[in-house]
Design a protein around this ligand. Structure first.
Ligand code: ATP
Ligand code: MG
Length: 142
C-alpha cells in the first residue's frame, strides 16, 4: 500500500533565487499538506551522508558542493500516494526533460541544480524524514 508522506528539499539554487514561496504555493495548490518544515544549511558530512547512494557517481562531489552552497528548506509532505504524486509534480531530474508545469521545468537551472528533491520510495521517505526531523517518527507512524 502506498504511503501518505514524502520528504522534499528546496535546494540552495532555488532558495537563493527566492523560489521558496512559489514552490510552496505549488505544493499546497496540488493538495499537499506540510506536516514539518525547516530552513537550514547542510554541512559537507551531512550532504555526503544524504547522497551516500550516489557516492560512486561522477557528479557526487559536485552535488555535495552544490547542496552545501547555501540554505535549503527540508519538509515532510502529506497527500494520498505522496511519493508518486510528488515525483509527478516535480518532473524529471533533468529540467530540460521535465514536463511543462512541473516544479523543475519552472524553477530548475540544470540537472544538478534542479530546484527540489523528492523521495523515490516510501522507505526512503522515512529514512530521509528521519535524517532531518528527530520527531518525524510520529508522522510516519500516523
Ligand atoms: P532527487 O533524488 O534529488 O529527487 P532524482 O531522484 O530525480 O532527484 P537522482 O538520480 O536520485 O535523481 O539524483 C540525485 C540528484 O543528483 C539529482 O536531483 C541531481 O541534483 C543530481 N544528479 C543526478 N544526475 C545527475 C547528473 N547526471 N549530473 C549532475 N547531477 C546529477
Ligand atoms: Mg533520487
Amino acid at each position: 500500500m502506498s504511503g501518505k508522506l514524502t520528504f522534499t528539499m528546496i535546494k540552495p539554487g532555488a532558495v537563493e533565487k527566492e523560489y521558496i514561496g512559489p514552490i510552496l504555493k505549488m505544493i499546497n495548490e496540488n493538495g499537499f499538506h506540510i506536516v514539518a518544515m525547516k530552513l537550514l544549511q547542510l554541512t559537507i558530512p551531512d550532504a555526503k551522508a544524504f547522497y551516500e547512494v550516489h557516492k560512486e557517481r561522477p557528479f557526487y562531489n559536485s552535488l555535495v558542493e552544490s547542496m552545501t552552497s547555501g540554505p535549503i528548506v527540508a519538509a515532510i509532505l502529506e497527500k494520498e500516494n505522496a511519493v508518486e504524486a510528488y515525483r509527478k509534480l516535480i518532473g524529471a531530474t533533468d529540467p530540460s526533460k521535465a514536463e511543462e508545469g512541473t516544479i523543475r521545468k519552472l524553477y530548475a537551472d540544470s540537472i544538478e541544480a534542479n530546484a527540489v528533491h523528492g523521495s523515490d520510495s516510501d522507505e526512503n521517505a522515512i529514512i530521509e524524514g528521519n535524517f532531518f526531523f528527530s520527531t518525524s517518527d510520529k508522522f510516519f507512524k500516523g
